[in-house]
Design a protein around this ligand. Structure first.
Ligand SMILES: Cc1cc2nc3c(=O)[nH]c(=O)nc-3n(C[C@H](O)[C@H](O)[C@H](O)COP(=O)(O)OP(=O)(O)OC[C@H]3O[C@@H](n4cnc5c(N)ncnc54)[C@H](O)[C@@H]3O)c2cc1C
Length: 395
C-alpha cells in the first residue's frame, strides 16, 4: 500500500527512511513481521540513494565494509525473483598513481590484493600493473601520467534504481506498507509501543522502530531520547561531461573502467554518451538537500585534464549527496543500548548500495535473533564491530 495520508495502523516494525537502507532492511524484516517504511519526501530514494556513482567495488572501504560487499556479490550477479535482472555489468576499477602516490597504492594493494584478511577469495582478481598497461586498459589516461596502477577486475556497475525498486516490490509482496510524505517529527512511548507523529500531526505505532534515516539518523535518534552516534554527513559532488571530440586510439576496443586516483581526489567512468566525474570530496555538512560545489568541480576538472585526455571544458549536469560516516567508517547496526524498541541501521558511508544485500540480512538477523547470519560471521563480521555501543564511535 502506498499512501500520502498516514493511516492509524499498528505495525510490528516501522522503518524510518525510504532510501536503499530502509527498503532493504524492511524487505528482510517483512518475512516475519508487519512492516511499514515511512519517508519524509514524496519520492523514495530522493536523497543519497538517488545520487550515487552506482559501483560495486570489493576493494573499497575497511575490512568490514569489504566483507559485507563481498557477501552481497551473489545477490547482485544472480538476483532473487523479486528483482528485475540484470542488476550489474562489468566495470573494472582502475586506481592510478603518480610516482608520488605509488607508495600509497602499494599499501592499498598489500591490504586488499593479498590473500589474507576476511575476504581471502581464491578468485582474487586484483593486480598491480605498470603505467603502460594502465594506459592500454584506459586509453583516456594521459600518456606518462601513471607510474603504477591497481586494477580490480571483479568490480561492477550497478542498477541502483533496479535494486531499490526490487526491494520495494519484494516488500509489497510480503505485505509491507510504504508511507511517503511522512516526515517523523516526534515520538512518545505508550506502554510497550512507540507512537510516531508525522509533521501533519498524524500518528503511527510500532513495537520497534528502525532508524534508517541516513544523514538524519542522529536527529531521528534524539526524537526517541537516544544518544547520537556521531554521524558525519560528508558531501560528495558528481557531474557529467561529454567526451573529447576525437577519442584516443584504442578507445573503441578498450574495456570500460571506473578510474580513480590513488589519493582519491578524482574519479571518472563512462556513462551513456558521456562521463560521470567526481572530485571525490568529503566536506562535512549538516543533514540537508545537498547541492554540488562549483569550486570542487573546478578543482576536479583541473585534475582530470592533468591526468586524462578527456579535455573537460564544460559540465552538462551536476549533483551532490551526503555520505554518512561514523568515526570508524563502519555501519551501525543493532539495538540502541539505552532506549527500548529503537534499532540502528545507519552509517552506510560511501558503500550503502554495494553493501545493501548483506547489510539488510545482517540487520534483520540481529533484530530477530540477536546474531548475524553464518556466512557473514565466517567472513569475520561480528555483532560487536557493528554495535551502536562500540567504543570506536566515541572517537
Ligand atoms: C556522489 C556519491 C557517490 C556514491 N557512490 C556509491 C557507489 O558507487 N556505491 C555505493 O555502494 N555507494 C555509493 N554512495 C553511497 C550511497 O549512495 C549511500 O551509502 C546510500 O545511498 C545511503 O542510503 P540511505 O538509505 O542510508 O540514505 P538515504 O538515501 O539518504 O535515505 C535516507 C532517507 O531517510 C529519510 N528521512 C530522514 N529523516 C526522516 C524523518 N524524520 N522521517 C521520515 N524520513 C526521514 C530521508 O528523506 C531519506 O530519503 C555514493 C554517494 C554519493 C553521494
Amino acid at each position: 500500500m502506498d499512501s500520502a495520508a498516514l493511516p492509524t495502523t499498528d505495525y510490528d516494525i516501522i522503518v524510518i527512511g525510504g532510501g536503499i537502507a530502509g527498503v532493504s532492511i524492511a524487505y528482510e524484516l517483512a518475512e516475519n513481521h508487519s512492516v511499514a517504511v515511512v519517508e519524509r519526501e514524496s519520492t523514495l530514494a530522493y536523497h543519497t540513494t538517488g545520487r550515487s556513482a552506482a559501483t560495486f567495488l570489493e576493494s573499497y572501504g575497511n575490512a568490514t565494509v569489504r566483507a559485507l560487499t563481498h557477501a552481497g556479490r551473489g545477490f547482485f550477479v544472480s538476483p532473487p525473483d523479486f528483482v528485475d535482472a540484470p542488476l550489474v555489468s562489468d566495470l573494472p576499477l582502475l586506481i592510478v598513481a603518480t610516482e608520488d602516490e605509488a607508495p600509497t597504492l602499494r599499501d592499498l594493494y598489500r591490504t586488499v590484493g593479498g590473500r589474507s584478511g576476511p575476504v581471502a577469495a581464491a578468485d582474487t582478481t586484483i593486480e598491480l600493473i605498470d603505467g603502460a598497461d594502465a594506459e592500454a586498459l584506459n586509453p583516456l589516461l594521459r600518456p606518462g601520467y601513471t607510474d603504477l596502477a591497481m586494477v580490480d577486475f571483479g568490480s561492477l556497475e550497478l542498477d541502483v534504481h533496479g535494486l531499490h525498486q526490487g526491494y520495494l516490490r519484494g516488500l509489497r509482496r510480503r505485505g509491507g506498507a510504504v508511507l511517503k510524505s511522512t516526515g517523523i517529527v516526534a515520538a512518545h512511548r505508550d506502554r510497550s509501543a512507540w507512537v510516531l507523529h508525522d509533521r501533519r500531526g498524524d500518528e503511527v505505532r510500532a513495537r520497534t522502530v528502525v532508524n534508517a534515516a541516513g544523514a538524519w539518523c542522529d536527529e531521528v535518534a534524539r526524537l526517541f531520547g537516544a544518544a547520537p552516534i556521531g554521524i558525519r554527513p560528508l558531501r560528495r559532488t558528481a557531474f557529467m561531461v561529454s567526451g573529447p571530440s576525437v577519442m584516443p586510439a584504442g578507445s573503441a576496443t578498450a574495456r570500460r573502467t571506473m578510474t580513480m586516483s590513488a589519493s582519491e581526489d578524482f574519479y571518472f567512468k563512462p556513462d551513456g554518451a558521456g562521463f560521470l566525474c567526481s572530485p571525490a570530496e568529503e566536506t562535512l555538512q549538516p543533514p540537508s538537500d545537498a547541492r554540488p560545489d562549483d569550486l570542487e568541480i573546478a578543482r576536479a576538472i583541473d585534475r582530470l585534464n592533468e591526468a586524462t585526455l578527456l579535455q573537460v571544458r564544460s559540465v552538462a549536469t551536476s549533483w551532490a549527496g551526503l555520505r554518512s560516516f561514523t568515526a570508524d567508517r563502519t555501519p551501525v547496526v543493532g539495538p540502541d543500548p539505552a532506549v527500548d524498541g529503537l534499532f540502528w541501521f545507519a552509517g552506510q558511508g560511501g558503500y550503502g548500495i554495494q553493501m545493501a544485500p548483506a547489510l539488510a540480512r545482517a540487520g534483520a538477523a540481529l533484530a530477530d535473533r540477536g546474531e548475524l547470519p553464518r556466512d557473514l560471521r565466517d567472513l569475520g563480521v561480528t555483532a560487536t564491530v557493528l554495535a551502536p555501543s562500540r567504543p570506536a564511535l566515541a572517537a
